[in-house]
Design a protein around this ligand. Sequence first.
Ligand code: FA5
Length: 345
Amino acid sequence: MEEIEKVQALKEKIISLIENASNVNELKTVQETHLSKKSELNSMMSLIRNLNNEDKILFGQAMNNARNEINTKYNEKLNYLNELLIKEKLEKESIDITLPGMNYQLGGINPFYQIQDEIMDIFVSMGYEIVEGPDVETDYYNFERMNIPANHPAREMQDSFYINPTTLLRTHTSPAQAHAMDKANGKPLRIVCPGKCFRRDDDDVTHSHQFGQVEGLVVDKNINLGNLKATLELVLRKMFGEKREVRFRGSYFPFTEPSVEVDISCMECKGKGCPTCKGTGYIEILGAGMVHPNVLKMAGYDPDVYSGFAFGIGIERVAMLRYGIDDIRRIYTGDVRFIKQFKRN
Ligand code: FA5
């Protein structure tokens, strides 16, 4: 039948166009031209009008078969071209796993915190309680309660950062003593207080304008200088071992009487004298003494019944002596090469 031959010929043409389409766009053009409602294939349905009933059936079947065959070929080709696209994209985006990766630097635990923790552990094992005081203090707690009234020359020992005439960044952790005594309400006390201190000191190898101290205070009946010396010797031996030289020297603090300072033999020159210890062979690490009766009285303790000892240990100085750090500023400059040497044990 001539009509069916026309359908077959058109089908062959469309299938060959589908097969020759080399990309999705070309294939879409074939679809728009030959498979839409207004396409030549669709308009061929009008030929059915001239046929008798038997031929109509045959022609209808031929049209359906042609449409199905074309659609199948079209879908197969579309899938093939899409897969090709994905494959090309994947090839372009492939990752070269032979490239070197990013190098992340791992630090350590700053020696400041390692030493602070170690000192705390020793005192906690001896029954001391840890308390904390504020970094921003009143002149009253920082100086007056420490037996340093206004215009007292000892204020010059600790040149201060004032925020206003009555408020300052604390110059030492000793005001924490007064806060703790106020809270204890006349009862015995055994505390340590770690914290930051701030002074208008010129920065050099052993001085920083911001540094850490651990304050210690024991108040009870019958506390004496022997208790203070034994306590500090025990702690320093734990921190530095038996071989380091520990030197107690008489000193002066308005809030203790008598007062001492403690030095440890320099880690750089082993006591001979060098630039780090400024030629003295020793580095000072703490101040200490028997709590002054005025300080006890201001806190509500009767100095005829109660006595106490107190100390303030410089954390960076201990870290320097323990690890052989030649300049305090290394602890603050955040150099990874420095910090990564201090893994926690
Ligand atoms: C005091 O600050 C006293 N409050 C200590 C004290 C407490 C005495 C209780 C008696 C009773 P001094 O100014 O000496 O004292 O400081 C104590 C320690 O802090 C020093 O031995 C030193 O280790 C450290 N220190 C002081 N100033 C600096 C600084 N600028 N940089 C680093 N460490 C410092």
